[in-house]
Design a protein around this ligand. Sequence first.
Ligand code: ADP
Ligand code: MG
Length: 323
Amino acid sequence: MSGDALLSLSDVSKHYRVRLPGARRASGELRAVDGVSLEIQPSETFALVGESGSGKSTLGRVALRLTDPTAGTVRFEGRDMTSLHGAALRAVRPRMQAVFQDPLGSLNPRMTAGAIVAEPLSAIRGLRGSELDDRVDELFRAVGLDPSRRAARPRALSGGQRQRVSIARAIALEPRLVLADEAVSALDVSVQAQIANLFAELRERMGLAYLFIAHGLPIVRHVSQRVGVMYLGRIVETGDVDEVFEDPRHPYTRALIAASPVPDPRVARERVVLGGEPPSPLAPPSGCRFRTRCPIATDVCAHEAPPVVRLSPTRSVECHHAA
Ligand code: ADP
Ligand code: MG
């Protein structure tokens, strides 16, 4: 399977040296991502879910080599990304693109929407004149924007339209992988569904794969095939999205599902209360890092790191009590 994977992370960590409160020098090690392996196949959407601070964005940035991992390897299209530099890295970059939460923050406010989408095409592909114009129109239509909106500046567009411009720019160079980091989270619920549908449509049309980071579980279930549940820098449960959401095995996954708003509030549901805040990634608990909030923790959880229990070739869970 790994031979064909588009993206393959193996035992990836990203630790930051940080200043502890009151300390004069950088003296703590913050384990933002701590030993994560995952694979994304071509045309597949892999979602990352988990509370804020669990390491999802850091993992996304490492996956696209926007930052270097502290340890582990990142392979994209079979090549070790961490060994690529200069021209070789620039040649790969167009094939991995990102869309972030706040398009106002990432779109140049002085440029028109058309110029924003045209920029990578002229800078990297060298397109000019009518060839460039036609391609920009085509991209606007591909993301559901009328080409007459080309003259608008980001501020004159709605949130959903701005996100469509970001997506048009991201797909301009025909990437194979798109990181969507909370790309729908700031939008109204109805617009979230439209943008999620656009992602799904582009996946089918262009064979795109996504690393899709979101905190709304219904949207994750709607757009992705597989999911990884992150807690304090680790993926504690992973599998096909329907399996994980219908039969969650990790107590943290159960708590996340229980805490997620249901479309129909009359539907009764088992409440699993996730108390308090996650511990600091500067000092994760010994043994299992979820044990301090876990309703089924026992002695062993404090003393031994949980095993990775493989429930099927695509399904695993990191818990002493999963079997
Ligand atoms: P998420 O996207 O799941 O909310 P992040 O990946 O943004 O989580 O952050 C994971 C942890 O890493 C957090 O504790 C965060 O404060 C820390 N972190 C992220 N980026 C940095 C950085 N550049 N320097 C130090 N700590 C960081
Ligand atoms: Mg984040």
